[in-house]
Ligand binder design. Structure first.
Ligand code: GLA
Length: 707
């Protein structure tokens, strides 16, 4: 038996797989320093009375035929037949930290290929490929990846959200049955980010065991945390298919999206740090590996009002403020006067730009900035020339009235002519203009998505990937941002072909604090577009000081989202200050290790980045609402070199108020803020640093330098 036991190992986590006669993951947990394959016998299960007479494994494909009685990993049939496959291993290969298992069901005529790889970061990635071996098609209703987790993983954390409020975490204790998250919106969605985290009781940022998974897929999906009646637990994730959507012809293979999984014995921080490291090393390909430039995006400054002369003035101001990349958002193409018309007509609006785009681009470049532009290729407005000439190019089910979203329909990318049209238009835009960056938007959901009468949400997502892949090959120097009304398409698969995410259409600094924190569980700061918006936020009509907005945008890929021409002198000084501060620290923020601190008062958020060599760090403390207690609890600073001493400085303390006269909440600052101090890393980690009592909706930035 022991030869059939294989192990994948990394510094933090190991996976042990029994491969014969069928594959079964028997362990996913902390790294084992003294592993012997014989040890696996110790967990051979007894058989319970009153049920099947044999053991029921949770196999790699979680087939019902083993007596699973939980949610299976595969469901489908061949016109009612071959509907309960059971796979037997036929071949196993291990190449370093990657195992490939082939298995077959000769009765059902199906072959399965499973790839399981453990990266040195500790991140596991798994996918399955199902092949139909018979002439008659096999209808795939479900094909999922199932990953057992320890019985002690009793709590679940998932994310809900909506437009302008992405990545909101919620928690539950799961004792029985299952928690299921389903997304039928046709894109990754604001509502159901494809991830589940499960952990030991009361796991937190810094404590507890955590098993987190993310499905890399930008379409419909289902994720499940299941507790079997025998107490075993597993996580499951899949691309979700609409009725009739997926069937396999003879010889055809369906690959699941990849499931990315990270185990940490040190709370959520450990899980995130592994995911971040994995993305940095394996997925993010940033052209040129240069610092990420500070953006100015025109959207919330001028919306659809495009006047080249004025835009050039905006560019002048932007350059003067330290902006390094200038992006023209929606409104530049033919007939785009508002959001009712013109999507699909990817020609320049010559009424707005009589001399073409080139003079504007040249102007931007002459100011030393890069140039970027907005597109939304997958969409078509009923009021567009494209729709008038090709009303049949919709991703829709004929016979029904298609529903609009933001006054637009979806273009069917499965129609070769429609795909080629987009490719040609995008090639014109990106090939004939010196574009450095594209903001690629996708502003509505898919309803009855169909091609030739058959559901086609999955295929639409694949064609979207193909379009971006071809453009990426043609224009390897161009960076793409994935945007879908803000954070509606943020996942690891789209990140393979893009470089940045627009986290949210909500630039309200208060809201951004929770959105950005939610996003940080799975994504490092450098891919998170974080902009300083107008003082009056257009999404919430709340107002925040430039200091609070500036510090909130600091821990991402920073930009401005406003009109610098009309901003007053105080605001402009703030934009300049925070752009400069970001540039000063972006190397650390974009390459260091991110830590979120546990704060006993839920009105306080604290996070920081520590350099890989632990020589420097910055921590941001944000007060969201009135503190619960009269004193804020000390900030325990994780991640430092415990054997070293650090000088502690206040890098930015914009809103601190000490009146001593009533009003505000503080009479005297903590001592370290008035008398410079050096403190040991160990002490800062264990005892912490006293915080000033902050007013609601304000933040401070603390710097630490090893002495
Ligand atoms: C979406 C995006 C915004 C902006 C507008 C333009 O809402 O999320 O950032 O680009 O479209 O129409």
């Amino acid at each position: 038996m022991s030869e059939s036991i294989l192990r994948l190992q990394s510094a933090g986590a190991d996976v042990v797989i029994k491969t014969q006669p069928f594959a079964e993951i028997v362990y996913w947990g902390p790294h084992l320093s003294h592993f012997s394959s014989q040890d696996v016998c110790s967990i051979a299960r007894p058989v319970a009375n009153g049920r099947l007479d044999v053991d029921s494994p949770v196999t790699l494909m979680a087939e019902l035929g083993h007596g699973l009685f939980g949610a299976p990993g595969i469901e489908g049939h061949r016109q009612g037949l071959d509907g309960s496959p059971l796979f037997t291993t036929t071949d196993v290969k291990q190449d370093g930290q990657k195992i490939t298992i082939t298995s077959e069901d000769i009765h059902a005529g199906l072959r399965l290929r499973s790839e399981i790889q453990l990266d040195s970061s500790g991140v596991l990635n798994i996918r399955h490929g199902l092949t139909n071996l018979r002439p008659q098609p096999w209808q795939v209703d479900r094909l999922a990846i199932t990953l057992p987790v320890a019985e002690r993983a009793r709590e679940v954390m998932a994310f809900h959200g909506r437009w302008v409020r992405e990545f909101q975490p919620h928690r539950l204790t799961l004792e029985h049955d299952s928690f299921v998250l389903e997304n039928r919106r046709g894109r990754t969605s604001h509502e159901h980010f494809p991830a589940l985290i499960t952990g030991s009781a009361s796991f937190s940022e810094m404590q507890g065991e955590v098993w987190g998974v993310h499905l890399g897929w930008s379409g419909n999906h289902r994720l499940r945390a299941e507790v079997k009646t025998d107490g075993r637990r597993y996580l499951q994730a899949e691309a979700m298919y609409l009725p009739g959507e997926m069937s396999l012809a003879e010889g055809e293979t369906l690959w699941t999206p990849r499931l990315y999984a990270s185990y940490s014995s040190q709370g959520l921080n450990g899980m995130s740090q592994q995911f971040h490291r994995y993305l940095r090393e394996q997925i993010i390909h940033f052209p040129g590996n240069k610092p990420r430039p500070v953006h100015l995006n025109t959207w919330e400054g001028i919306y659809f009002r495009h006047d080249p002369e004025y835009i050039m003035r905006m560019a002048d101001e932007a350059a003067e403020l330290g902006v390094e990349r200038f992006i023209i958002d929606d409104g530049w193409f033919k007939g785009r006067k508002d959001d009712w018309a013109a999507l699909g007509d990817w020609y320049l609006d010559e009424d707005k730009y009589p001399n073409g785009l080139t003079p504007v681009i040249n102007h931007v470049k002459s100011l030393g900035m890069e140039f970027g532009i907005w597109v939304e290729p997958e969409m078509i407005n009923p009021d567009s020339n494209l729709y008038r000439s090709h009303p049949d190019w919709l991703l829709a089910l004929s016979g029904y009235t298609p529903l609009t979203g933001r006054h637009q329909y979806v273009l069917n990318l499965n129609i070769p002519e429609a795909f080629d049209y987009l490719l040609e238009r995008m090639t014109w835009l990106l090939g004939e203009h010196p574009v450095d960056y594209v903001k690629w938007d996708m502003n509505r959901e898919l309803v009855q998505p169909a091609h030739q009468g058959k559901a086609a949400a999955d295929e639409q997502t694949r064609q979207f990937y193909r379009l971006l892949d071809v453009l990426g090959e043609r224009f390897p120097h161009i960076e793409f941002e994935s945007c879908a009304s803000g954070g509606g398409r943020i996942d690891y698969e789209v990140l393979k072909r893009s470089h940045r995410f627009w986290a949210s259409d909500n630039n309200d600094a208060l809201e951004r604090n929770t959105i950005q924190r939610g996003m940080s569980y799975f994504f490092p700061p450098e891919v998170m577009g974080a902009h300083i918006g107008n003082r009056l936020c257009h999404a919430t009509f709340r107002q925040h000081s430039i200091e609070f907005r500036g510090l909130t945008a600091l821990f991402g890929h920073m930009g401005l989202e406003l009109d610098p021409v009309t901003a007053d002198a105080h605001e402009r000084e703030g934009y300049r200050k925070y752009a400069t501060l970001h540039k000063q620290w972006r190397d650390l923020i974009h390459h260091g290790v991110l830590w979120r601190s546990d704060m006993p008062d839920s009105t306080t958020l604290a996070q920081g980045v520590v350099s890989e060599n632990k020589s420097q760090a910055i921590f941001l403390v944000t007060q969201l609402a009135m503190p619960d207690y009269t004193l804020m609890s000390p900030l325990r600073i994780p991640g430092l070199d415990t054997g070293a001493r650090y000088s502690v400085t206040l890098l930015d303390h914009p809103n601190i108020q000490v009146t001593g006269k009533g009003g505000h909440t503080m009479r005297k600052l903590p001592e370290w803020m008035t008398t410079p101090q050096t403190v040991s890393g160990e002490w800062l980690q264990q005892a912490g640093l006293a915080l000033p009592i902050l007013d609601p909706e304000s933040a401070i930035l603390i710097g630490l330098q090893r002495v």
